[in-house]
Design a protein around this ligand. Structure first.
Ligand code: NOJ
Length: 682
């Protein structure tokens, strides 16, 4: 229950409204507390976890154009508190039921001095973190609203190890490798930014329900080295948010864990979003997919029509056949529409005109006959004005062909120039796309997107997005080092699903490109399909690289929508092991960074019945650099009393599929022999 402290203090200040009371809000389990305090009428908050200071007093408020700052001094008009308990069923997700409890306080403030404007603060304290947001209510003194700065501060109490990508002036590019440094060494960061405090709390700062507002980055304030404030992505004229009252800001979120896996378990960001707005969700389908995609990135194919054109009628049908034969439900096709040769030019990409060698009616009919979802593509080259003009037409075109999934793309600088990918104008564009797509019963996989903030709860057709360095960087850059995928789960992935596009089997692809490679073992590529959650999960390699490969059976068997997920072990940047259940089947993915390690899993932590474990593990000599494709594959009997020990190679991983035992399985070796077999490659 929410606690106001102390009662006598409250009564005392009820007579002195310009010196309002301190308000303490506890998490339901009483481990986290937030104290909202007005220092000479200026509101601040600070956070304690189990009595230890996590965030020192931090200011709140706004700077507004042509208006005095909206920071105080205020008097408290009203406070309301309530406990919120909720259980809801996501349309798809890492589990089929989400429960949350939190204590919320709403504090209505009014400026003591003229013009006497009102500001409302909301704080919600969950067992796994703290969130707050602002409301600027409708009022005669404020109609149109131009926010030039949000003044929310995050004054951390402890230094610690942080994982982050740059913020300031990086308003178009989340696709960066994470920096690892002391919190005190950061100047600015995009969120989520995650850090392990010196007193051993795992903290991640982000935002939830980013709607009609600019994205937040964190910027160091000059005051001292652990103090940050919100820096919003600007419009071309420098304003941050242009709106009218009433205005509700996104939630600022501070996720708190006692260990790294706690961060993975948290659903606070989803819980801070509004319930599902779509009544009919029958057309929303989590799925595995393959695509005419990696071939272009490794130069086997071209997007443009020509000798090596990927998206021809015949080649697409071959991909559809492959999907249908291998329990894969979708095929993404890029480069089927005219205009790729004029990349970047005004109005180049024709979203409704197929190339001459691509018969879209015949291909989509073929896909329908085989019950394969055709995944369309809208590359906009960030020419957003042009895209907006044809939004309805472009989605209607796909809808008429029976297509229910589209990947979007925004490569390049935004046109109109001066707008950023993460500014309010683009936030609204991205939402308009999701809403328009919903009208046509189309789901979205957005590349070069705005960050995930949990809006998939409200708009479950917003299924997955990029928003970080994906697999494609392995095709044409120095690549993603092995620890990249052991950092992503604790940073970018805390925000929501990611279309990383794992599953590359031909690790070096020398036939097409020498000098580039995937920086992992083959077993890790399988494990990533479990670890990196995405309701649209791509098996990214060329079909011919899967054909005849025993390891491909894992991808055939894999599910993409989960009844339950368990986070078995985790340490940021080092390793993570996740088990996910679909009905009575479990899939486990374990990955490591550049260091090999031994993994130990008690079967009782997953199941109390005996299971058959189809294991895909690194071999004795596997190594992401020297021997990436060596893999040990075997079927074992896993009793709930068994412990599984396995070795993960440097840059390696382990993928397991656990299924109920059938009569024919009783002669299998025990899972306790896995490590021994790995060593002898049996
Ligand atoms: C970048 C996207 O991330 C990638 O997936 C896509 O293939 C290219 N743009 C072309 O649209």
């Amino acid at each position: 229950m929410l606690r106001l402290l102390p009662i006598t203090f409250l009564i005392l200040f009820a007579c002195e409204p310009e010196l309002p009371p301190a308000i303490v809000i506890m998490s339901p389990d009483h481990r986290i507390s937030v104290e909202l305090e007005q220092i000479q009428g200026y509101p601040t908050y600070h956070i304690e976890v189990e009595g230890k200071l996590l965030i020192r007093p931090s200011a709140l408020g706004f700077r507004l154009r042509k208006q005095p700052d909206l920071t105080g001094p205020f008097k408290v008009i009203q406070t309301n508190q309530n406990e919120i308990k909720e259980t809801w069923e996501p349309v798809w997700g890492q589990e089929n039921l989400i429960s949350s409890r939190s204590n919320m306080v709403r504090v209505e403030l009014k400026e003591i001095n003229s013009p006497g404007r009102k500001l409302i603060l909301y704080f919600r304290v969950f067992d796994d973190g703290v969130s707050f947001r602002y409301e600027i209510p409708e009022q005669s003194e404020l109609d149109s609203l131009f926010i030039i700065e949000e003044l929310s501060e995050f004054n951390f109490a402890q230094n610690g190890q942080a994982w982050w990508i740059p913020g300031s002036h990086e308003f178009d590019a989340y696709e960066k490798l994470h920096n690892k440094s002391l919190l005190s060494e950061i100047d600015s960061a995009n969120t989520p930014i995650t850090y392990l405090s010196d007193d051993h709390f795992y903290i991640s700062i982000h935002e939830a329900n980013l709607s009609n507002y600019a994205a937040m980055t964190l910027k160091k304030t000059s005051a001292d080295s652990l103090s940050f404030k919100s820096e919003l992505v600007p419009w071309p004229d420098g304003d941050k948010v242009k709106t009218v009252t009433p205005m509700l800001s996104p939630w600022r979120t501070i996720s708190i864990g006692w260990n790294a896996a706690d961060l993975l378990r948290s659903r606070m960001i989803l819980n801070l979003n509004d319930p599902n707005r779509l009544s009919d969700v029958s057309w929303i389908r989590p799925m595995k997919y393959v695509g005419i995609w990696w071939g272009m990135h490794i130069d086997k194919y071209t997007w443009v029509q020509g000798d090596r054109h990927g998206a021809t009628t015949q080649n697409t049908k071959t991909y559809i056949d492959f999907a249908a034969d291998n329990n894969i439900q979708g095929v993404l096709v890029e480069g089927w529409n005219q205009g790729w040769e004029q990349w970047g030019q005004e109005g180049a990409l024709q979203l409704t005109s197929p190339y001459a060698d691509f018969d879209i009616d015949s291909v989509t009919q073929y896909a329908r006959d085989k019950q394969i979802a055709f995944i369309g593509h809208h590359e906009t080259t960030a020419n957003v004005s042009a895209y907006e003009e044809q939004l309805d037409t472009a989605f209607a075109y796909y809808a008429n062909l029976g297509i229910h999934a589209v990947k979007t793309g925004y490569v390049g600088s935004i046109k109109p120039s001066g707008q950023y990918h993460y500014g309010q104008w683009m936030v609204n564009h991205f939402r308009r796309v999701v809403e328009t797509a919903a009208k046509y019963h189309i789901t979205i996989d957005a590349h070069e997107p705005i960050k995930a903030t949990g809006i998939e709860r409200t708009w479950p057709n917003m299924m997955t997005r990029e928003g970080a360095r994906g697999q494609e960087y392995n095709a044409w850059s120095e690549g993603n080092p092995p620890d990249h995928t052991t950092i992503l789960p604790f940073t970018r992935l805390l925000a929501g699903p990611m279309d990383y596009t794992p599953g590359i089997f031909d690790i070096c692809f020398d036939r097409y490109k020498k000098g580039n490679k995937v920086h992992s073992t083959l077993a890790k590529q399988l494990a990533l399909m479990v670890v990196i959650y995405s309701p649209l999960q791509m098996a990214a390699d060329l079909p011919e690289n899967y054909t005849g490969q025993p390891a491909f059976q894992f991808i055939r068997d894999l599910e993409t929508d989960w009844d339950e997920s368990r986070y078995l072990e985790a340490e940021i940047g080092q390793f993570v092991t996740i088990a996910r259940r679909y009905e009575n089947k479990w899939f486990i993915g374990a990955i490591t960074n550049e260091h090999g390690r031994t993994l130990s899993i008690k079967m009782s932590s997953i199941t109390d019945s005996d299971m058959v474990a189809e294991c895909y593990s690194d071999g004795a000599d596997s190594d992401w650099e020297k021997n990436p494709t060596a893999i040990h594959i075997g079927s074992y009997l896993a009793k709930s009393s068994d412990s599984l020990k396995a070795t993960l190679a440097p840059g390696g991983g382990l993928a397991l599929y656990l299924r109920p035992v059938e009569d024919s399985d009783i002669d299998l070796r025990s899972i306790s022999k896995l490590l021994q077999d790995q060593m002898t490659q049996k």
